[in-house]
Design a protein around this ligand. Sequence first.
Ligand SMILES: Cc1cc2nc3c(=O)[nH]c(=O)nc-3n(C[C@H](O)[C@H](O)[C@H](O)COP(=O)(O)O)c2cc1C
Length: 396
Amino acid sequence: MSVILQPITIGGKLALKNRIVMGSMTRNRCVDDLKPGDAQVRHYGDRARHGTGLLVSEGVFIDWTGSEFPNAPVIINEEHAQAWRKVVHAVHSQGSKMYLQTWHAVGRLQHEYDTRMKSTNIPVLAPSDIPATGGKYRHLPGNPGHTDKLTVIENPRTVIETYRRAILLAKQAGFDGIEILAQGGYLVHQFLSSRINHRTDAYGGSVENRCRFLLELVDVVAEVYGGAEYACVKICPADICNGSITTYKELKETYSYLVTELVKRRVGIVCISRRGSVFDDDFADTMGAPGRPEEFALPPGYDPVLDLGSLVKYPGSPSLLMANHAYTPVEAERLMTLDKIDLVQIARPFMFNPDLVVRVRDGIPLAENDRGSMVEYGPFKCPDENYNDWPVAAAM
Ligand SMILES: Cc1cc2nc3c(=O)[nH]c(=O)nc-3n(C[C@H](O)[C@H](O)[C@H](O)COP(=O)(O)O)c2cc1C
């Protein structure tokens, strides 16, 4: 491996020691009042110690909205920022960089009976009154699924201002930048989709209007951080998670415009996931049966990373292209050598390979998960279990 381990600079400002990025993973272990604690300091710190160039935090809720994961963290006040500061410090002390991922699960993927929603009295907000099907809400009696009682967001600017609060706190905590989660069928993604967004104001209807919410979030990152190069936008044009599937025609129209606008704004990184165009068993639970229904079919072999990525990756582009979903370091290296991508975001293998970068450097095969699916979100007896107890190759 050579290119993947070479340094690269984001937006001419943020130097990374290599091109391997640890992807955002909700691990449902923030048991100290929705704040990261020692377990998270160790988890992210270990992956930085073993050479990861850039780490993206697990999805962090910008408000008391929560999700199906009761121990996923929030960043709402200074106490939360202080707790994250310790994680960022552990990463920085190893010469790595870290982004906070902003997550807003409201929108249709929520239930008003959720403890956080009940205790804070926040309604289930959505771009339009179009309930989501599916969802389990495993921690609620009867596994009720997503709610059908939605409150349509009157003024999207109020939600954008809530994001601003989180982004300001992230800066205060020392995060080097922000990854905006705009896939997975969550709120930002809901605005992008004509099936889910039926608004008649400036945030719905045309492609430009549906992209407005996300582009205004990028502007907030630019305002808070002093430049859009500190923003990474994670999109998944072919996604089928949480009812987010869209036709190929809409995918092309929406994401061609969106990616062009992101690059015009000089965002640091456009992260494109190829989920929904390639399939793997791990996502069967959230995605349903593999494959896409006929009306949502893609052209054979369609790869959104290479197709839409060409709008990001050209000589003189201000933005870097990061590829995500089921990439091996070998495939990523090949695409980097061909000058098709700049960075690779690897997620699942980082769970059980804290020394992933060292293994890539030394040609040591990556470890597989041999402990089952509770590794991901639990249950666990203590947060370190299946989180901070994976051996590194050197110690094996
Ligand atoms: C346990 C788990 C939790 C995840 N949580 C998040 C999350 O909070 N935010 C996000 O953007 N993606 C999340 N993802 C998706 C990953 O970031 C990544 O996009 C996906 O796993 C594909 O990359 P990979 O094939 O390298 O794992 C999660 C994936 C897993 C397995």
